[in-house]
Design a protein around this ligand. Structure first.
Ligand code: GTP
Ligand code: MG
Length: 205
């Protein structure tokens, strides 16, 4: 799938203020600084569509983008950002968890994971929560340009082994780099396939 158009629609503090749920929606979630906003820019081929930063905690709202006038992509604040105060963190968590649980047009949540690191407890816990709530998700490894392919294979195998301790089947897994455009086609094709499958359901809305 090619991206013909991508535009920012709105920032919301709660899922209730997100755009009318009349198109399939996909969300990017993961630890602060993992590369959620950068990946949105890479997919849409627009350098500054989503604000990125080397300082964790840049994205603080539910930011929705409309792609090809056909589906929504939502950039979520990162979790596990230590510098946010406890009250703020609770607010962020509420915003994210409620969005994931109650956003009715959400088709797939992509959990982004830094490909350089060992499996992290809060990522695994988060995926368990998604499973418990029966929210479909896929994993996206980010920043592949930062390690050798041999090292990535090793990390990927470790990750899969870890997941298989809890899950019977592995989720879809994508490997990406926003700076090298690795994984762009695979990810867009996956989103396109899901969107096509849901066409009739959404056309009737
Ligand atoms: P928050 O909004 O703070 O939760 O962060 P985020 O997950 O949106 O991360 P963001 O896209 O802002 O990227 C964080 C930092 O990682 C920035 O300095 C990016 O330039 C860098 N980065 C993101 N993706 C890649 C990548 O694929 N390769 C490399 N080398 N750097 C990346
Ligand atoms: Mg961000």
């Amino acid at each position: 799938m090619s991206v013909q158009s991508a535009e920012f629609i709105k920032s919301a503090q709660t899922y209730k203020d997100c755009p009318k749920p009349d198109l399939p929606e996909y969300a990017f979630i993961g630890r602060s600084n993992v590369g959620k906003s950068s990946l949105i820019n890479m997919l849409t081929n627009k350098r500054d569509l989503a604000k990125t930063s080397g300082t964790p905690g840049k994205t603080q709202l539910l930011n929705t983008f409309l792609i090809n006038s056909n589906w929504y992509l939502t950039d979520l604040p990162g979790y596990g950002y230590a510098k946010v105060s406890k009250t703020n963190r609770a607010g962020f968590e509420r915003m994210i968890y409620d969005y994931l649980e109650f956003r009715t047009n959400l088709v797939c949540t992509f959990v982004l994971v830094d490909s350089r690191h060992e499996p992290q407890k809060n990522d695994l816990k988060f995926m368990e929560w998604l499973g418990h709530k029966q929210i479909p998700f896929a994993i996206i490894f980010t920043k592949l340009d930062k390690l050798s392919s041999a090292k990535f294979q090793k990390n990927l195998n470790t990750y899969k082994r870890e997941l298989l301790k809890t899950w019977e089947d592995l989720p879809m897994i994508f490997a990406t780099s926003s700076s090298s455009f690795i994984g762009r086609n695979e990810l867009l094709d996956y989103i396109n396939t899901l969107t096509e499958q849901l066409k009739d359901e959404f056309n009737n809305k």
